[in-house]
Ligand binder design. Structure first.
Ligand code: PLP
Length: 392
């Protein structure tokens, strides 16, 4: 049958990154292209043990339908977790359990964006967010990134002149640039969005993965007016397969988000919710996170040192956490040709232009992931990049 595709989906393309990753089944390929957690980062034993115990103790509860907001004890455990460094969840907020940070973006768009509405976004930013917003007919307006976060002058101009329905940002160790928004900018973003009455979607999947510097309070912790929708994902600290995130937002909008959830997947899998709650409350979760930080610190330093030593002509960000380095090639190098040549030599990086609202902007940068390759592959891969650069 020739299906008649909706206007909404007809214009949508599959995620460029997922497509690139599909071609990468070659085991000899060194991939700096993905964004997966390190293979040794999962709390496997705890997950296996709690899973078996819970299924033995309460098989019906584990296998039955549940409430859309999330299992109450799990919501409480997540709330305590999210609140342990900064006061993120206010009295007037709800903490909802959702199926990954991606779902928070989806529900925020579903609840707040009409076909043709403008949404302001950090530019570049997470492609998955752009695609989700676009699938609701949003017209994206990019706000350029500076070293310490978005350009506030441009943000104010966009808020004032385009009345966006939402501003999307990733303040910690941004995907793809690895940049962190300074405290001053967070205050600035909050004040501007409050002034122009624009909700903020604060996406924070990497905040726990700090490898240097000091924690910066989330924008949500400044939120006296209830304008921030905050997403804390468990994908990068427990497991992405568990599909878990905590969405913190004002009770008013939370009610709508719950209806969006009912229309989508009814509730997040009880199995993963309850296993997560046990991990949060019955293990030393901070020790686990510290171990993850050690893994990522070692890998990030390895990649940064290799770049500095072997590719001094490449400028790069120095992320204080997360999973990505944004590497910028010298002006005379043709970036797409460089990416293609690296791939021929079996090293994959993502061309930076795909992370921009307008993919055809001139771009000299590539995104490099350090969380999934091994340290020896990091050394080998960067050495190959250096050879390719020299050959060009
Ligand atoms: C910035 C950002 N937001 C959200 C997500 C989605 O994460 P998840 O749905 O697994 O929580 C990702 C995934 O890599 C991401 O990089």
């Amino acid at each position: 049958m020739e299906f008649r595709i909706s206007d909404r989906m007809a214009a949508m393309k599959p995620s460029v990154i997922r497509e690139i990753l599909k071609q990468m089944s070659d085991p000899t390929l060194i991939s700096f292209a993905g964004g997966n957690p390190a293979a040794d980062s999962f709390p496997k034993e705890a997950i296996a043990r709690f899973s078996a115990e819970l299924l033995a103790e309460d098989p019906v509860g584990m296998l039955q339908y549940s409430v859309s907001e999330g299992v109450p004890a799990v919501r409480e455990a997540m709330k305590q977790f999210v609140n342990r460094r900064f006061h993120v969840v206010r009295e007037s907020d709800e903490a909802l359990v959702v199926s990954g940070g991606q779902q928070v973006i989806d529900f925020a768009a579903k609840c707040l964006v009409n076909e043709g509405d403008t949404v302001a976004v950090e530019d570049p930013a997470f492609l998955g967010a752009y695609n989700t917003l676009r699938s609701y007919g949003a017209k994206l307006v990019g706000v350029p990134m500076e070293d310490d976060g978005v350009d506030l002058t441009v943000l104010e101009h966009v808020l004032k002149t385009q009345a966006p329905r939402l501003f999307y940002c990733i303040p910690n160790f941004q995907n793809p640039t690895g940049k962190t928004m300074s405290y001053e900018k967070r205050v600035g973003v909050y004040e501007l969005c409050a002034k122009y009455n624009v909700p903020i979607l604060e996406d924070d999947p990497y905040g726990e993965l700090r490898i240097s510097g000091e924690d910066v309070p989330p924008i949500k912790s400044l939120d006296q007016k209830g304008i921030v929708i905050y997403a804390a994902s468990f994908s990068k600290i427990l497991s992405p397969a568990m599909r878990l995130a905590c969405c913190v937002c004002d009770k008013g909008i939370a009610q709508r988000m719950v209806v969006a959830k009912q229309c989508c997947d009814v509730h997040t899998t009880v199995w993963s919710q309850r296993v997560c709650a046990r991990v949060l409350t019955e293990t030393d979760i901070d020790a686990h996170i510290e171990a993850l930080r050690d893994i990522y610190r070692r890998k990030a330093n390895r990649m940064l040192n290799a770049l500095d030593t072997l590719c001094p002509a490449i400028e790069h960000t120095v992320p204080e956490g997360g999973m990505f380095v944004w590497a910028t090639l010298p002006v005379h190098i043709d970036m797409p040709a460089f990416v293609a040549k690296c791939l021929e030599q079996k090293v994959a990086v993502i061309p930076g232009n795909v992370f921009f609202v307008n993919e055809s902007v001139p771009c000299q940068s590539v995104r490099m992931n350090y969380s999934s390759p091994t340290v020896s592959d990091i050394d080998k891969g960067v050495a190959i990049m250096a050879d390719v650069l020299r050959s060009m």
